[in-house]
Design a protein around this ligand. Sequence first.
Ligand SMILES: [Zn+2]
Length: 439
Amino acid sequence: MLHPEVEARPWVEQLAIDDESYRLQLAYLFDRSPFYREKLAGAGLASAAAAGGLGDIARLPCTEKDELRASRTPENPIGAHLCAAPAEIVRIYSTSGTTGTPSYIPLTAGDLDNWVTGSARSYAASGVTAGQRIVSTYNAGPFVAGAALASFDRIGLCHIPVGTGNTERLMLVIEQLRPEAAVLTPSYAAHLVEWAAERDFDLEGSSVERVLVAGEPGGGEPAFRAKLEAGWGARVTEAMGIGDIGVSLWGECEEQDGMHLGARGFVHAELIEPDTGASVELADGATGELVLTHLRHRAAPLLRFRTRDHVQVWTSECGCGRTGPRVRCLGRTDDMLIVRGVNVFPSAVREVVSTFAPEVSGNVLVRPQAPGVKQEPPLPVSVELARNATPDAVLADAIRDRLRNVLVVQTHVDLVPWGTLRRSEYKSTLVEHQVEVDR
Ligand SMILES: [Zn+2]
């Protein structure tokens, strides 16, 4: 552990510290944030004292990304949640922005330091230690991933940046510089396993002992993870963050049993029912949408921010000694489909299909037939066969049956030849979206 006194602190003690931070954060928001003064007044809360402590947080309204976006003006392109003076801001990241204009994420020096601290704990949980080499494949550019890369310095790793879209160089670096760890998206990690197999590159026997995956869900799903671990001959652990709140907030330890909150003390986590917004208790096995609140943020703190990440939570003790809840991302709420009342995540479909390896490649494409979330069964799913495999009705039926048994969803499975579905060096598209619909 990077900070055992923090990471192994009894969770009740953590919550007591967080409660104090939260009350100060609320007072700061009432003092500095036009956005939250108005929003909380609208909910009948005229002061920080009226809003209470962490135990009362579920009474507060959630914050949606769209509200922040709507509060931007030409004079304040960041948004009305900006609290800090220009001279206090040391970094401004931006998101890719699906609507064309990016969202800006400002940070003070203290915010940035907290981000890097949390991210360093999350990545160190994987077992990488000072003095080791790590090769990274993110093109950080304007994005928050830059702060994650800074966390490698904090851990004391030798960081070898290679960037995205440069597979030849990446493999050469692995061969020549012999890094102990690699950090990449799970999709790219899977793509590299295929790439290596096609070229007789001995990835399994390479120096890489740890593969740290982040950037999209799936890296923690057992069958998909097993495939990556076999291909890389390495232990695979995942990390997860959300741009507006913090980079790599969560990181998985060597027990591989869900991600710990590396950003504990900086961020408070809750679960809600995505449809109703009702609070869900953080109990062992609970699922829901992750809602995050800044506790010690200065530039543009957020309260009860809806992450759109649908997660499962575990509160049982972890063998590593870290305390507090652990999560695994089941999928993005935005990618979720509802088939006759049943929530279906494309990454869960891929996970079930992956259990049919080596007969399938593990690449899938879910093809909704109607715009929007609600779909009528059967849901069409293209499943790519393994190299040299031929379409086989028995296999298609077996996949369809297992999808029905595990996910309770009726599908139509269409087996497609090896190489048909697009590979990604960044994030995979598991859903063939209909003409863009406003969400
Ligand atoms: Zn652990």
